[in-house]
Design a binder for this molecule. Sequence first.
Ligand code: EPU
Length: 422
Amino acid sequence: MDKLLVHGNGSLRGTINISGSKNASLPILAATLLSEEASIVRRVPDVSDTNYMLQILRALGAEVERSSGTVRVEPATVSPEAPYDLVRKMRASICVMGPLLTRVGRAKISLPGGCVIGDRPVDLHVKAMQGLGASVEMEGGDIILTAPKGLVGAEIDMQGKHGPTVLGTDNLMMAATLARGTTIIESAASEPEVVDLANFLIGMGARIEGAGTRRIVIEGVNELTAVEHTVIPDRIEAGTFMVAGAMAGEGITLRRVCRDHLGAAHDKLIEAGHLVSFSDDGSEVSVSPGASPRGCDIITAPYPGFPTDMQAQFTAMFVTTPGISVVEDKIFPQRFMHCSEMKRMGADITVDGGRAVIRGVDILSAAPVMASDLRASAALVLAALRARGTTEINRLYHIDRGYEHIDEKLLQLGGTVERVPA
Ligand code: EPU
């Protein structure tokens, strides 16, 4: 188990490439199960979550080859049972449910357990499969879904208590591609990762309209075929490095980004007084700290609102930004574990009822801290870049779930970081 030593108070400069999106890759890899033929997915980031997904695909019977960012999956035959030992490691393994059920008429998947960012139910996923005609049973911690005569298209509203569900929309969209008739998804998630999955499925021969809006219409087809696809850039990794540039940069440039997906991060950095400029084609962004940064407020919301996956990183930025900032997470109201660790570094934060009130301080001081989940860990790295002394970030495996070679990218930008065995 590694830890990261971050020697703070230096400055970042230079250029790095942003990786392919983790959260687009996971459902796309699951979607390869929909065809018997071999699909090829490019720019899959080398992070442990994509590795878990590939292990699950292998355990389900698919042949999988990976060569740097390119993955080939050939699921000529598949078993409908996803093994608990692999599924329990990653909540996103729930997205093999739709493909298995629609392709083989059965899916047995362990119910994902608790998660540090809050209670993460799967009721909407199950409701979606039932809406397409599946029977559902619970047995020994597993959900068993069956549809021996196949799924049938239906109109299904996916609105949840905290808004639309991203992976729930993905699961339903995947299941509906091979269902008989038309499926209409109301209150669909419209995140760019959902659109990327839809484009992958359309490449396989699926008939889908409206991805990226709140209403997606899918006409079932009899079979899907192989496809080659390149995953979109990771907007959360890009946003994280944009914050690094604003907090500790002397002008950093990120290549291979998609401007259209970065509106919320861009607008908040500008509001906080920083300098952000995109290249004409929107594929590169440069960020530098502004002369008079100021605190501001954030409320997370479904896309195109401010992403919950970016709130921890912006919280880290506000910790050393003059003024008072208020960060409210309406999607995962319990997602504030990073705050108690940052307080150990001298941050002034009060967390109450899904909201953090941050009073900017001049100086943070290094301390040993504990990563608790993926984005919280990224926030600790950002805080450490601004701290006096060497911060030791333990439980680095959290960050390795979703940031490809973060230590190497920071080194490339002139950061002083070391990955060492714990
Ligand atoms: N929800 C339900 N019932 C369900 C499913 C979700 O009530 O059946 C609730 C959740 O508890 C939450 C809200 O709906 O309050 C939205 O959750 P969503 O289902 O959209 O989350 P997800 O699809 O499981 C994806 C990302 C998360 C990201 C969320 C929200 C992947 C692999 N994961 O999760 O990413 O935070 O959407 O945008 O795409 C991360 O990358 O660090 C991460 C956690």
